[in-house]
Ligand binder design. Sequence first.
Ligand code: NAP
Length: 336
Amino acid sequence: MSLKRTKSVVLTGYSGAPEMVETRMTEMRPLDGLIEVQVHTCGINFADIYQRSGFLSLPLPFTMGLECCGIVTAIGYRSDKFRVGDKVICYNYMGGMYSEQVRVDEINCFKIPRDISFEEGACLFINYVSAYLCLLEIGNLTDGKSVFIHSLAGGFGLAAVQICQRFKDVTIYGTASPSKFQYLHDRYGLSNVMVTEDLIDGFCAMCPGGLDIVLETESGDVKDFLMSQLRPLGRMIILGAKSSIAREAIDRPVGLINPVDLILTNRIVSGFHLGVLCDNRKELLEEVLQTVIDWLRDGIINPVIHSIWDSLESYLDAIAVLERRSNIGKILLKIT
Ligand SMILES: NC(=O)c1ccc[n+]([C@@H]2O[C@H](COP(=O)([O-])OP(=O)(O)OC[C@H]3O[C@@H](n4cnc5c(N)ncnc54)[C@H](OP(=O)(O)O)[C@@H]3O)[C@@H](O)[C@H]2O)c1
């Protein structure tokens, strides 16, 4: 029996070059044991840049895309949790979501209320669930703390800012491209913002008292510097490695963490990977997603959308905005 086909954005090589991305028909997995979803909107993430550079070395070719929001159209098993017609978010850090239709395991599927729009659904999961877990579950964020966030105006950065501002007297420090300083000041009242290149020389003057929480996504010397800025009992959560995109840099063992240093400085260093948590703590992610949805309804958070691109064929134009570092907020691909 021939397999059902769907249009997808497929990665064919790891050079990062646009020619290595194709929009073409792909065969879907057999429905047996899976949930089929008609995709409406996909969220674009920095992880695409990691994937295209070969960071994860997944077997090629594969369909890209970590998250989407759509409607369940078929279920290949008896499910107590899902029904045809449900609105869902699908998430898989290995990719597979930039398609007109996807077939996913139940573990990668999250039911959301009908009144959450497809656009909101495509913004909420990776950025807000990750920011919540990093700041609250790992970071122990409370009133009065000082928090450092890289790329404050990015999708994850703004999610983290909005969650921080739910608390009283939290001081936010971070980085952004200069073109975003004004926005961060006018919209969020943020003035402790620098470009990454100035951080090591200029940060101590800006923040002499040190940091309680660092959300670290840069790696390399910047990571080591920020670790040195943690107050006693301060926490660094490492969840990305933007400056290590070049293959040689990933393989280079920079900034090894010394346990004796950690003991003597009373610092807490943690890793965070949403995808791996999805594989083994799905119930926690469902709980956090529910809180995030409640916060959305209460106006505590408000996803910022930079742009919505209207087809899978627009993918390369959409990701180019992120690669040029010009996005403020999330970039979305609208499929249907
Ligand atoms: N581990 C996890 O589970 C997890 C989950 C969520 C997010 N994250 C991490 O959080 C970070 C942010 O993710 P996001 O999807 O929200 O992306 P994003 O911050 O919207 O990414 C785009 C922004 O990153 C900055 N940037 C820094 N270096 C760059 C480079 N070499 N090329 C392009 N842009 C660069 C630019 O902002 P500026 O120029 O203004 O800095 C750009 O506008 C990523 O490192 C991602 O891996 C990790």
